[in-house]
Design a protein. Structure first.
Length: 403
């Protein structure tokens, strides 16, 4: 095991325990002496995840939660973070975001001489730029951090904007369980249930996954699909997920005579690879996403993709015409053309585009990501100058490998 399992006590502060984070946290826990994840809340309103026991220590922080009228999730106002960290006594705190719990964790590190590492999926277009207070908070915490971990190139740019030095920032694209998604989809495609489920939908099959809200681009996706079926009348659109705007989208589909739109609803993470495996093309139409893990999950199951430029993952993962295309989802005609371009390919060419996508996300699997992150944290503990350059540890797809 690279890096050894001793000599570092690590605490992570994050909002909730997302299922796609669990394999990464488990791999990190195997590489350190002590590992605890502190959660701001057990769950959030826009997530339907049912998380069972996990093989590492977790603690839900005390706090109260308020959901503003226009917000999708509650704001978390946690307290008692400093005493909780005092009891855990970590050598280093990895903290995701700028919420009250993150601020308290930062203050704890400053008061007690601990290393603080920010872990961000934030970007310069996430709304904070319009608030002088939020800008100042980000600048204060970024400049005072021992180091930072950016989940995308956009996050790296944000860290640099707020005062981090390049040598102190590790870029580790959001890790997912690439191996599991790939293996389960591949095995499912060889079964009779796969063939039976494919026959349930008219073909070709377009799949999209996410919360069914305008902010995630699904109203635009219906307009894109309407243009696709003008050229490919039998194309199905399979929507996986739920959300507050689902009734409106069902009404639009009925009113527009879009008979091949299928609303599947929420699907557990354990069976998501099977639904993704059905697709001929995956479309990610979000209008705002600080990363977009589902794009990487679709690529892990060897799907060609059409992905919004408003997801940070798109710039890092999509190579035009190689593993998919990037789109502006509000430009419906040009977006539909990209979907049609992929559907016009021969089955073998589509499979090759999907294989290129899989190669592009292999480096972001949780094991190599955990190794790079833990090694970087050990370097961060060596002091503000860092024992090694952060960019030598970066976890990104190799464009040469994709081709």
């Amino acid at each position: 095991m690279g890096g050894g399992a001793f000599g570092m006590k690590l605490a992570v502060v994050t909002n909730i325990l997302a299922p796609y984070r669990i394999p990464l946290f488990e791999a990190m826990a195997r590489r350190v002496e002590d590992f605890t994840v502190f959660l701001m809340a057990k769950r959030e309103e826009n997530r339907q995840w049912d998380i069972g026991p996990v093989p590492f220590r977790t603690k839900v922080l005390h706090g109260f939660h308020h959901r503003p009228p226009s917000a999708e999730v509650s704001l978390h106002w946690n307290y008692g973070v400093v005493p909780a960290l005092l009891r855990a006594n970590p050598d280093i705190v990895v903290s995701g975001g700028f919420a009250p719990a993150n601020i308290e964790a930062y203050i704890y590190c400053k008061l007690f001489g601990k290393a603080y590492v920010g872990w961000g999926e934030f970007t310069l277009r996430d709304g904070a730029q319009s608030s002088a207070i939020r800008r100042a908070l980000r600048r204060w915490m970024t400049r005072g951090s021992t180091a930072s971990i950016a989940s995308s190139t956009e996050a790296l740019e944000a860290y640099l904007h707020y005062g981090a030095t390049r040598r102190s920032v590790l870029t580790s694209l959001m890790p997912i369980d690439v191996g599991r998604f790939h293996q389960e989809a591949r095995a499912f495609r060889a079964t009779q249930p796969y063939a039976d489920l494919r026959r349930h939908f008219s073909q070709p099959i377009i799949v999209s996954v996410g919360r069914l809200t305008d902010r995630k681009g699904f109203r635009d996706l219906l307009s894109i699909y309407e243009r696709v079926v003008a050229e490919q009348p039998e194309a199905s659109l399979v929507l996986i997920g739920d959300g507050q705007d689902r009734p409106a989208y069902e009404a639009i589909a009925r009113a527009q005579g879009l008979h091949h739109v299928h609303f599947i609803g929420f699907v557990k993470q354990e069976i998501l690879p099977r639904y993704l495996a059905l697709a001929d093309v995956f479309v990610f139409p979000t209008l705002s996403d600080t990363y977009g893990a589902v794009l990487a999950e679709a690529m892990a199951v060897e799907l060609p993709v059409v992905s919004s430029i408003y997801a940070a993952a798109t710039a890092d993962l999509v190579q035009e015409g190689v593993n998919g295309y990037s789109i502006v989802p509000t430009e419906h005609a040009s977006a539909a053309k990209r979907v049609l371009d992929i559907l016009a390919l021969s089955p073998e060419d589509r499979r090759e585009m999907g294989r290129a996508g899989y190669r592009s996300v292999q480096a972001t699997d949780f094991e190599p990501s955990a190794e790079a992150i833990v090694q970087f944290l050990r370097s961060a503990l060596a002091g503000p100058a860092l024992a090694d350059r952060a960019d030598r540890h970066d976890v990104r797809p190799s464009k040469a490998a994709v081709k």
